[in-house]
Design a binder for this molecule. Structure first.
Ligand SMILES: Nc1ncnc2c1ncn2[C@@H]1O[C@H](COP(=O)(O)OP(=O)(O)OP(=O)(O)O)[C@@H](O)[C@H]1O
Ligand SMILES: [Mg+2]
Length: 255
């Protein structure tokens, strides 16, 4: 579904990605973990074509991402790849239903009726069926983030990228968002997760990639990387991260 081969990217003279190899099979959930500044968000931006690496190959479902150079090609690519960020950026002047139907009707050309039907089903999935007419300002951070996830799903993407989607949330609402992502992964939605929630990453991921200094230091099945990392750097990082991650996150809240 997704493959990166020897991807190099510099900002000016500063190398940020120094040969990233990463692949994700259809239906798998993969986590990227690693210290701040190690290039995790940069990898996600390369995958959806927001950034173009100077060297290396990126393929999404057979599409050569670096060859998508026109605006039309880039828009076509981003229709297939959902991206959910720390900042949910819902349209404040639109209610939840309209936030969910805007892109499907205007970008994909779906009928209003079909888009609304989809939106209600997605709101039920993220456990916000009663909030269709609410405005974002009247929702908690965790609720807004679940709307943002539903909005990404409304495009029926082949792949979803999640970049630290719980980092800005109150601790009480983190669990409800992680539960939703965990269910999507269980249902076979292909996704790449950048997260600092180590227990969640361990629980939900088929495979884990550990980045440091713009390279993948270690990758493997989640159980193996978390229980018996091969690399000393990974071991130290996990030790430190677990010290900060005292709560059980995925089942922390029922939503
Ligand atoms: N627009 C930019 N111009 C110059 N350098 C940048 C730019 N964006 C990111 N960087 C640098 O690239 C490196 C990787 O950044 P990136 O955001 O990918 O890290 P990250 O692993 O996502 O970190 P975090 O966990 O803090 O989100 C950092 O050293 C950062 O300072
Ligand atoms: Mg980041």
């Amino acid at each position: 579904m997704l493959s990166l081969r020897n991807v190099h990217l510099s900002y000016g003279a500063t190398p940020v990605l120094n040969g990233i190899d990463l692949s994700v099979r259809r239906g798998h959930a993969v986590s990227i973990i690693g210290p701040s500044g190690s290039g995790k968000s940069t990898i996600l931006r390369c995958i959806n074509g927001l950034l173009t690496p100077q060297y290396g190959d990126i393929y999404v479902d057979g599409i050569d991402v670096r060859a998508q150079t026109t605006d039309a090609q880039k828009i076509a690519l981003r229709k297939r790849i959902g991206f959910v960020f720390q900042q949910y950026n819902l349209f404040p002047h639109l209610n939840v239903l309209d936030n969910l139907t805007l892109a499907p009707t205007s970008v994909l050309g779906r009928s209003r009726a079909e888009a609304e039907h989809d939106a209600h089903a997605l709101l039920a999935k993220v456990r916000l069926a009663d909030k269709a007419r609410a405005y974002p300002g009247a929702l908690s951070g965790g609720q807004q983030q679940r709307v943002a996830i539903a909005r990404a799903l409304a495009m029926r993407p082949d792949l979803i990228l999640f970049d630290e989607v719980t980092s800005a949330l109150d601790p009480e609402t983190v669990g409800e968002v992680l539960n939703v992502i965990g269910e999507l992964a269980d249902e076979g939605q292909t996704c790449v997760l950048v997260t600092h929630e180590m227990r969640f990453a361990e629980d939900v991921s088929d495979e884990v990639f550990f980045t440091e200094g713009g390279v993948i230091i270690e990758h493997g099945p989640a159980r193996q990387v978390f229980s018996d990392p091969a690399n000393e750097r990974t071991r130290l990082f996990l030790q430190r991260a677990r010290g900060e991650d005292r709560h059980s996150v995925r089942r922390r809240a029922a939503g």
